[in-house]
Design a protein around this ligand. Sequence first.
Ligand SMILES: Nc1ncnc2c1ncn2[C@@H]1O[C@H](COP(=O)(O)OP(=O)(O)OP(=O)(O)O)[C@@H](O)[C@H]1O
Ligand SMILES: [Mg+2]
Length: 361
Amino acid sequence: MKVVAVANQKGGCGKTTTAINLASALAVMNQKVLLIDMDPQGHASYGLGADPMKVEKSIYNVLTAASDRKTSIENTILNIWGTLNLSPSSILLSTIEQEFRDVEGAVSRLYNALNSIRRPFDYIILDCPPSLGFLTFNALRAAHLVVIPVETSKFSMVGINKLMNMIELIALKLQHSPKIKALITIYDRRTNFSQRMFDDIRKFFKTNLFETTIRINVTLKEAASAGLPVDRYNKSSNGAQDYSALAAEVVKESKKIQLENFYKDAIALLNQAKWFSYVFKYTSQTAKDVYVVGDFNNWTVGESNRLVSKENGQWEAPFELQPGRYRYKFVVDGQWVQDPQNSQTEPNPFSGVDSILTIAP
Ligand SMILES: Nc1ncnc2c1ncn2[C@@H]1O[C@H](COP(=O)(O)OP(=O)(O)OP(=O)(O)O)[C@@H](O)[C@H]1O
Ligand SMILES: [Mg+2]
């Protein structure tokens, strides 16, 4: 499950248009998608034909702490068509910031709700309101990827730093760093001004910019008014094509994030589990083969636990072991024997005695 937040506190830069049409384009690619309308204005809900004034349960009921109103996210989901689903907004969402004023941990309410979701979704798309309050904070905290729509008009970059600071704060306080990618929207390549803005945006975001740009296209407006994603309204329009290209890029980006997280987890795990080198030694002038078996290798004889013959009847096998207490024995020419050099022993349930090795952390 990948969580994609569409965020920018600047109004009218194409957040909702992006959230709706990206969600729909992903669903066309057979992905299971849930669009969550995090904006009290409810534009994403209207844009998918749902009326926030009429819905019984909205994302408000998921985020609230009021026990008589609270519900699971599953209870809010409306199926739009095929694999596209919506968790709608309601005007009550505008009161939620007040409810959680000064409540510690409130920033993770959406994150926790998404973690307990039982239905399998490939993508969860979050349409944020044009502000940097509780709702946007919750969305950024839950997101793996943050898409920042930026239109190519005057003042469009004003305030971007504030959004970046908020993302940095989440990284510092919560050790959560979503990937950030800007998306150029409402782009009119015919004007010089748009071209210049395009260059400025690219300079600011560098590689953190989608290759796809969303061209200005009146069909996107018409589709929203008709309560339809653009690919349902007019599949051959520029708008439908651009959002389909964006969806393909988001899928590519998600795979990269998955791989990066996998390596991050693996490295964390390796750092967490410290390994120590220990050399098992046995002395015999006459032995033909010697193995060491114990708790650390399921007591099975194999090539990886064969001791190598050194000079003067010395046999050795180096091992990497984690701290712990291990029972072991040598297997010398098929006979199980204790380690004669180790006085630490313990009886085993088979009336024998095992040698004991303790590796302290
Ligand atoms: N590529 C585009 N071409 C033409 N019109 C567009 C395009 N993208 C968005 N619009 C129109 O611009 C207006 C603002 O877009 P939208 O609602 O997506 O922005 P927003 O960032 O969600 O706004 P808000 O901050 O109020 O939530 C809408 O009328 C929308 O139809
Ligand atoms: Mg919007």
